[in-house]
Design a protein around this ligand. Structure first.
Ligand code: BGC
Length: 819
């Protein structure tokens, strides 16, 4: 152990005290040993350091910071170096704000377009997500602080995120859901990992020995710190055993006591705690070095410019009929749409950033010299039909040569803690497109949202620019692309399916009660559409440019591919070229093609570049569930170079020697997986893949409720008090939604409805402890008076044990002292 001397000098209580937060964002300090607190702060695309009241829901304000484009946007840049640059800027701001651990990036896969936090994640492809995250982590950590890759792992739905059990087969787990983490940890060298709220195959992720020990520590040699997601600890001792060093936020010392007791009664070896302390000390000591020097302020303007550069490289041009873009000089432009007035530029929840500056589309248009003849709102942001707004928009559109229409999803629809209900954009926006099309067919839409949406009106658009969530400088980046000052080079990091019913997890998303079954196996995103031959609207990897590129001279060797790209158009531009690999053998089922590399080149008109994409350890591997190892199947492999997953420009094949592992599958028993038509797999076939029977997915409504059951389950609780409480929650949600208080309604779903009972003790900073929670559960389960007495008795004991001083202060400014 690196810090053996210090650890030998610590009491058991001191060691245990380090294992959970001092308050909402900081770790515990021990003055006599020179151990300081470190500060952890969100987030993935900008610092969210709260100076006063703390929360993880995006409620209270944070210090101003640059709001960069979200991960869903940055991924479209297909530029690992750009990710690294953005990371460097994030890291710099973190240092200025005295943040030791930046809680991001998030690399969970976009399994379903409806998952509420897709805007915060990179892609449906693990290789792309992993590479961009690794770049970002290197950038952040270049300042001596720590990034924190999250949410490890398989956190792909928001509904019931704190309790849902994800049932996934081992091969899919490794190939799809863990690969991005593997790259972020091995190549990005993330010093910290945040475990996910959910369970994985029956165990909470931070207690899951297979995930945390076998894979993270033993296979990937991760020697950093695992922190729980906020309030995500279930059994503290089980977590510690799995190597979870830090529980956040504070539990007012309650779980530290559990650790001490377990060591005293022999349930836990002190050595396990010592190792966790050692790793945590390493994080503390290594990330506080940088603060020895007084931090220089960061240059707000320079950082803002960087946010603009990232946006410019990440915005995707999806449609450009009759070359309507770039906008021709002198053309009369009508700007329509609520999102032009108030940009949708970032997500919601724990990643919300308080921007240093916010570029406004209408103001920027005024100064841009374009011939803008006016602005009309066109629709109500939150989806109410308004004929007056439509009429006014149409009147303006009639007078224009081109309609610039700003549409998208609002802040309430894409939010942490909740999934979307459907893939549509609000009906009133669709009605507006239809009405505008009647009066002016020259419509260019600018779309803002962080995940795939259905676009049934796309034929009525001549141009479509997908801005995603482009950060505080996004509005200007969009205008610069529209006017041709910047040539777009973003390409989709996720597929745009035609309709929700076409998506691979359609029948299995979200898990509603106990579990969610990943029956589609590895056929996620383009892996499914491509293999099952399902038509899509825009394929993975697709994006247009104002120029054209020719691909030629592919040369495949055992080490990689080399080919030439030529800019055959009139303007300079960048091209993201993609390497896909497929296998000619059908012995082991797999997607038709998988992304195994990419590169981006900038070329002047007429110029060519010869580029090389090396093969790596992931190019030909698959995970074999019999040998429990990565193996290579001996076969002919198809090497494809594409401008997108559906636009393969060059192809060759190569024979690769295998590792000789036995084929783990019986083709007869897995017809859907072998055909790739895996969006409606029967339970029997899924069990054949899993190798065991799926657990019961529905609640046992006859059983009393326990720590890990949620408030939502009070609907069938034995205690009438709990059932009334449940209906009150339901009613408040319904009522708030009705009166237009949608964010508050969402908040109730996220922080009350789907909250497991244990959250009452884990998330209230000591207001309630576990013995008191036992009393609450008695009430819930029908023993009202007994439960109430229990709560009061335990409360008295708790107050006495804190010397009558009450509860722990959980605000940031608090020192974690009882107040
Ligand atoms: C989110 C994390 C976030 C944490 C702290 C949680 O609810 O899932 O991503 O880092 O809160 O805000």
């Amino acid at each position: 152990m690196k810090y053996n001397d210090i650890i030998q000098n610590m009491t058991l209580e001191e060691k245990a005290s380090l294992m959970s937060g001092k308050d909402f964002w900081q770790t515990v300090d021990i003055e006599r040993l020179g151990i300081n607190s470190i500060f952890l702060a969100d987030g993935p695309h900008g610092i969210r350091k709260q100076a006063e009241a703390a929360d993880h829901l995006g409620l209270n304000p944070s210090i101003e910071a640059t709001c960069f484009p979200t991960a869903a946007t940055v991924a479209n840049s297909w530029n690992e170096e750009l990710g690294q640059k953005m990371g460097e800027y994030l890291g710099k701001e973190a240092v200025v704000q005295k943040v030791n651990v930046l809680l991001g990036p998030g690399v969970n896969m976009k399994r379903s377009p409806l998952a509420g936090r897709n805007f915060e994640y990179f892609s449906e492809d693990p290789y792309l997500a992993g590479k961009l995250a690794a770049g970002m982590i290197r950038g952040i950590q270049s300042h001596g602080i720590s990034a924190c890759v999250k949410h490890f792992a398989v956190n792909n739905q928001e509904e019931r995120r704190m309790s849902i059990d994800t049932i996934v087969d081992e091969r899919t787990l490794r190939e799809i859901y863990l690969t991005a983490f593997e790259i972020a940890i091995k190549e990005g060298k993330s010093k910290t990992v945040m475990s996910a709220y959910n369970m994985l195959n029956g165990a909470y992720t931070n207690e899951n020995l297979h995930l945390m020990r076998d894979i993270l520590r033993d296979e990937w040699n991760f020697d950093g710190v695992v922190v729980t997601d906020w309030g995500g600890s279930n059994d503290r001792v089980a977590g510690l055993l799995a190597g979870n060093e830090l529980e956040m936020p504070t539990t007012a010392g309650e779980t530290n006591k559990e650790i001490v007791e377990s060591i005293r009664n022999g349930k836990l070896k002190e050595g396990v705690l010592d190792e966790c302390v050692d790793r945590l000390l390493d994080l503390i000591f290594s990330t506080e070095e940088v603060f020895r020097e007084p931090a220089k302020e960061f240059d707000v303007e320079e950082h803002h410019q960087m946010a603009q550069v990232v946006a410019e490289e990440s915005i995707v041009l999806l449609k450009n009929e009759e070359n309507i873009l770039p906008l021709k000089k002198g053309k009369k432009v009508a700007v329509i749409g609520d999102f032009a007035k108030e940009a949708r530029y970032q997500g919601a929840g724990s990643s919300i950033v308080n921007p240093t500056v916010l570029v406004n589309t209408l103001e920027s248009l005024e100064g841009s010299g374009s011939n803008c003849i006016g602005f009309e709102q066109g629709f109500d942001r939150y989806g109410k039909k308004n004929n007056k707004l439509v009429d006014r928009a149409c009147a303006l559109a009639k007078k224009a040569d081109i309609v610039l229409l700003y549409i998208g999803l609002d802040e309430v629809t894409e939010a942490e803690g909740l999934d979307r209900k459907n893939m549509t954009i609000p009906e009133n926006q669709i009605e507006l497109v239809n009405a505008l099309h009647e009066v002016n067919p020259n419509i260019v839409a600018v779309l803002s949202c962080g995940a795939a949406v259905e676009l049934p009106f796309v034929n009525k658009l001549k141009g479509l620019l997908h801005a995603y969530l482009s950060g505080q400088a996004g509005a200007l980046a969009i205008l610069r692309i529209l006017t041709g000052d910047v040539n777009p080079s973003g390409k989709l990091a996720e597929t745009y399916p035609i309709q929700y019913e076409d998506t691979p997890a359609y029948h299995q998303f979200p898990g509603k009660e106990i579990s969610v079954e990943y029956r589609e196996g590895p056929f996620i995103g383009y892996r499914y559409y491509d293999t099952a031959k399902v038509d899509v609207l825009y394929p993975f990897g697709f994006g247009l440019s104002y120029t054209t590129f020719r691909y030629s001279e592919l040369c495949v060797s055992k080490d990689g591919v080399t080919f030439t790209i030529t800019n055959t158009g009139e303007v300079a531009g960048s091209e993201a070229a993609q390497l896909y690999v497929g296998c000619a053998s059908e012995a082991i089922f797999r997607p038709k093609k998988e992304l195994k590399g990419f590169t981006k080149v900038y070329l002047h008109p007429g110029d060519s570049a010869t580029v090389t994409i090396p093969f790596d350890d992931k190019t030909f591997r698959y995970f074999n569930v019999v040998t429990n190892k990565w193996e290579i199947e001996e076969a002919e492999y198809i090497i494809m170079i594409g401008a997108s997953s559906a636009d393969i420009r060059l192809e060759e094949s190569i024979f690769v020697e295998g590792t000789g592992a036995p084929n783990p599958y019986d083709k007869e028993k897995l017809p859907a997986y072998y055909s790739g038509k895996a969006n409606d797999v029967s339970v029997e076939e899924f069990e054949a893949l899993l190798g065991y029977k799926v657990p019961v997915a529905t609640w046992d409504r006859t059983k009393p409720l326990g720590y890990n059951d949620t408030i939502a389950q009070c609907q069938y609780a034995r205690g009438s008090f709990a059932r009334i409480a449940y209906w009150m929650v339901e009613f408040s949600h319904w009522f708030l939604w009705k009166i237009g208080k949608k964010s508050t309604a969402n908040l109730i779903m996220m922080s009350v409805y789907h909250m497991p009972f244990r959250g009452m003790a884990r998330m209230t900073g000591g207001l309630m402890n576990m013995p008191m929670l036992d009393g609450v559960l008695m009430i819930v389960n029908g023993q009202f008076f007994k439960g109430l007495r229990h709560v009061l008795r335990e409360r008295k004991k708790m107050v006495k044990s804190t010397n009558g001083k009450g509860i722990i202060n959980t605000t940031t400014s608090g020192k974690g002292e009882v107040s």
